[in-house]
Design a protein around this ligand. Structure first.
Ligand code: FCB
Length: 443
């Protein structure tokens, strides 16, 4: 590994990230059903129709997983709480679920790991999904109740809290593109979800502030560099509308209390009546911002098709196992753009960055040189952003473990630790060992 922790400012936090539904196993501990259980059970939605019933069995193996973080010299761990585990029907508390997270946080602290807590990483309780999920305004209010309960229990011990992981995925990918639960391709539901997920964030922030939660509060947004397919004005406009939907909608709502015109053009007719009155709630002051970054996409005008009238074209760069182009400049670009245009010197964490790789097992060792190169390239982009004045406080690799990669099932592997799904044995990969060396303290 080209970098060590000493190439970064003192106090820079190095961590790894996971999410509850992707690793825990939703069939244990009184966890209720969530919309991913049913979405994955419907043929055609998920590779091999696999769900998260067992996943990595982290629910039982968490001490071993936290030991791996500790032994890997990580400073922090980004985890999420499963709403359906804490509130199986979306409303009433399952004490067993809350106790599990209590032990998990204590387990991190005992190992000297700083907990970074995400409240919603996509495990919407089925009872709420059945009532319209994120297309229903009431879900935002239920989320605030859930945030109050969980932050009330854990908020005194975690390094920070984010409300929502990747609202673009929750809303657009899941209600317009149909790729994630609930699998809708419906512009009206999409517009509502685009707004209600932000309302949930705002109401959750208000609730936690009112309750006196001491941890810094923020949100995790994902960013995807939108490049035009050509120098034509039409392709430039195609990239601009995708940039507005993906990269501007959420951050502008939060920091400016407005939505970008390029996105409103298509979505305003479908937003809930009186949406403007919610913008002040959505625009709660953040204590920090989480940035997830993986890749770029190239957009072309698609005249004659419905709004947003764009299509994606393949790019020339090297690709990961997901087929995503490797484009570290995009990370530098977003970090500097966010500081310049939106958040100034607000503390920023890269809360996810990583690659799926077709790892090879070689005599028990897992060689994933490509992943090591990927991490180096993106650490380089982060280091440059810091040199350019961005108040970047830390980086979490996605992911600690190979895990349930949503619509891809278990086929795509992002972990620095391999999971054998027959035995559930964990085997650190070469990338884990490289990071362990890079993160060692010389004391
Ligand atoms: C992000 C998700 C995360 C994981 C990575 C690969 O969009 O937040 O759960 O699936 O992509």
């Amino acid at each position: 590994m080209k970098f060590s922790r000493f190439d970064f400012p003192e106090g820079f936090v190095f961590g790894a990230a996971t999410a509850a539904y992707q690793i825990e196993g939703s069939s244990f501990g009184g966890c209720g059903p969530c919309h991913w259980d049913t979405f994955s059970a419907t043929p055609g939605n998920v590779v091999k129709a696999e769900g998260g019933g067992i996943a990595c069995d982290h629910y039982h193996r968490w001490p071993e997983d936290l030991d791996l973080l500790r032994a890997g010299n990580f400073d922090a761990y980004r985890f999420s709480t499963n709403w359906a585990r804490v509130m199986p029907d979306g409303v009433n508390v399952n004490p067993e679920g809350l106790d599990f997270y209590d032990r998990l946080v204590d387990g991190m602290l005992e190992r000297g790991l700083k907990p970074s807590h995400t409240l919603y990483h996509w495990d919407l309780p089925s009872a709420l999904a059945d009532r319209g999920g994120w297309a229903n305004r009431d879900t935002a209010q239920h989320f605030a109740d859930y945030a109050g309960v969980v932050a009330g229990r854990l908020g005194d011990r975690v390094m920070n809290i984010s409300t929502i992981n990747e609202p673009w995925c929750v809303a657009w990918l899941s209600h317009f593109l149909g790729a994630h639960a609930p699998g809708l391709r419906d512009i009206r539901a999409a517009a509502r979800a685009m707004h209600h997920i932000l309302l949930a964030h705002g109401l959750g922030m208000q609730r936690m502030r009112a309750d006196g939660v001491s941890a810094p509060l923020g949100i995790v947004l994902n960013f995807d560099h939108a490049a035009p397919a050509s120098a034509s004005a039409e392709d430039g406009a195609a990239a601009a509308v995708q940039d507005a939907i993906f990269n501007r909608w959420f951050i502008e709502a939060i920091t400016r209390q407005s939505y970008p015109a390029e996105a409103l053009e298509g979505l305003e007719p479908y937003l809930p009546q009186g949406w403007q009155a919610d913008m002040a709630v959505i625009g709660q002051k953040l204590d920090w911002l989480g940035v997830n970054y993986y890749t770029r996409h190239i957009h072309q005008a698609a005249p004659g098709t419905p709004w947003p009238a764009t299509r994606e074209v393949a790019g020339p760069l090297d690709k990961t196992q997901m087929g995503w182009e490797i484009y570290p400049d995009g990370l530098h670009g977003f970090l500097t753009r966010l500081a310049r245009d939106y958040v100034g010197d607000l503390p920023v964490f890269v809360t996810e960055n990583g690659m799926a790789n077709a790892d090879t097992v070689d005599g028990g060792a897992i060689t994933d040189e490509a992943r090591i190169r990927f991490i180096e390239a993106h650490l380089g982009a982060m280091k440059q952003a810091i040199a350019d004045g961005v108040n970047l406080k830390g980086f979490f690799y996605w992911s600690l473990l190979d895990n349930y990669e949503w619509a891809e099932g278990y086929a795509k592997t992002f972990g620095i630790v391999h999971v054998d799904y027959q035995t559930l044995q964990r085997v650190p990969k070469a990338s884990y060992l490289a990071l362990k060396r890079a993160l060692a303290r010389n004391d």
